[in-house]
Design a protein. Sequence first.
Length: 207
Amino acid sequence: MSAIAKGVRKARSRFGGRLEPFFRLDLVLYEGRSDLLTVTSAETVAAHPRLREHAAALDGAARACEAVARIFDDGDPHAGVYHLLANELSLLDRDPARAGRANALAFRLKLLLAAGFAPQLAACAGCGEREHLVGFSGAAGGVVCGACEASAFTLDEDAHAFMVAALARPLAEAPAAEPRALGQAERAIIDTLEHHAHLRLRPVGSR
Ligand SMILES: [Zn+2]
């Protein structure tokens, strides 16, 4: 939703500096004749002050918000996505050292799941084979076996394991992985989004 807050730059604004990025707020919005709603009151639910003191956490928060806005731009409510984002912001605030590539990729995998694009990871997306899964194909929609790998790229076992664990565990317990595995997991997410949502997100960064 898009909304406007009037008089927010005045020193005595009733919003008192609450309408800042990455605040979680309880807003009252007024729907007038314009396309923009008007903010009539704002109460802070969580200000996330520690998140703001760490460049990596700020960057992770910005990319998380951007990914949500790009994938879910239909204006419909998505309670699961809202809670996932609230959880990510609160995690980055509680433990800013967690910001980094593994956390960002785990978040995106959960976002894919919420959007209905979760990649198939348990068996070959082409033929259902459960062994010898050697690649990932965005077109096929998940991991593929040696016989079905035409449009796939190589997916190592540890990249596969990272994706399975990142989807299965809470965000705060997302696994770590080597840069090579994280690179493959990121490519899998990118290919999935390109094929199923026709959009490309900014890379998660190299930390
Ligand atoms: Zn196959």
